[in-house]
Design a protein around this ligand. Structure first.
Ligand SMILES: [Zn+2]
Length: 325
């Protein structure tokens, strides 16, 4: 009997634990979301995660399928070689914990760990917008801005596995103070708070008209809500996205000059606004970057959307197995 290779993707997000099984084409055959276990004891937390994994495998009918390996995408600083989490803001009880070895031991499935943005970059490389490209920057625009770097078709992790902190490219040396200690990081302008604060400066303080109330995201003004309003033609939302795109373009020019990528893939909630943000970003990048690399690079929306977390995490496993053989 022909047995296909399946992978397990474990997305250790702040809002929940997403687990899914992907087929060889990177399609999710089964997935489930669990509330994040908040045990203070890491061993108990791992037990909970393994129970969720067992539930997913059981319900997916994957018992007869071969799960080659599992990949974990986690926020924060970590060591992908040893599988140790070093510092994760949302899951501090796991700081210092060797997560992937513990899960591998409990499930008997080879398990690999990497950060969530590297996972997203690999997902786009194997199954999404970056298929067929060799030199790629992947960005996620969310609460913060994360980056993943593909060089010569391989993920570039750097000396301490922190390569790709592209949210902290400076666009204004005297700009807003960032959590990282630097001033004027692009994350402070095109991350969640930067976008929402700029929207509110026009909407609340300057009382400019907007139909944003029709598009609220769980009752809140979020980048996603602004993107939806803009897609529905809201002028203020469009203007704020245009400004955001221009600021992003300033940072992209630095990235393009630095790395000469063929492709920049942009994901995360605000990227759903598509060309409303990407077009001003492209324009600004072209104004500022060297001509040759600027002409060579394409700036596109990520393809994996809502499933990026699970498919990306599974891709960490696909990548690890690929590099082993
Ligand atoms: Zn910063």
């Amino acid at each position: 009997m022909f047995v296909m290779d399946f992978y397990l993707g474990i997305d250790l997000g702040g809002t929940g634990l997403k687990i899914g099984i992907t087929d060889p084409a990177g399609r999710i055959v089964y997935k489930q979301t669990f509330p994040t276990s908040v045990q203070s004891d890491p061993d108990r937390m791992v037990k909970d995660i393994c129970a969720c994994i067992a539930e997913v495998i059981g319900r997916s009918g994957a018992a007869g399928k071969k799960i080659v390996a599992a990949g974990i995408g986690s926020p924060g600083a970590l060591n992908p070689l040893t599988g140790q989490l070093i510092y994760v803001v949302n899951l501090q009880m796991l700081n210092g914990y060797y997560l992937s070895p513990a899960i591998e031991k409990a499930t008997a499935i080879p398990t690999f760990l990497d950060n969530d943005v590297n996972a997203m970059a690999l997902g786009e490389l194997f199954y999404g917008a970056a298929r067929g490209y060799k030199h790629v920057i992947a960005l996620t625009l969310g609460t913060g801005i994360g980056g993943g770097i593909i060089v010569d078709g391989k993920l570039y992790r750097g000396a301490t596995f922190t390569a790709g902190e592209l949210g902290h490219v400076t666009i204004d040396s005297n700009g807003l103070l960032c959590n990282c200690g630097n001033y004027g990081c692009i994350e402070r302008y095109a991350g969640r708070d930067g976008i929402v604060n700029r929207f509110n400066a026009y909407y609340v303080q300057k009382k400019m008209a907007s139909a944003i109330v029709k598009h609220l995201d769980n009752g809140e003004i979020t980048p996603r809500a602004i993107a939806e309003a803009a897609n529905a033609g809201d002028r203020l939302a469009c203007m704020v996205l245009e400004e955001t795109g221009e600021l992003l373009g300033v940072a992209l020019a630095t990235m393009v000059n630095f790395m000469n990528p063929e492709l920049i893939v942009i994901g995360g909630g605000i990227a759903n606004a598509g060309d409303l943000i990407l077009e001003p970003a492209r324009r600004e990048m072209h104004k500022r970057a060297y001509t040759l690399p600027a002409q060579a690079v394409r700036i596109v929306q990520a393809q994996l959307k809502n499933d990026a977390g699970i498919i990306g995490s599974a891709s960490v496993a696909v990548d690890a197995i690929k590099n082993k053989t």
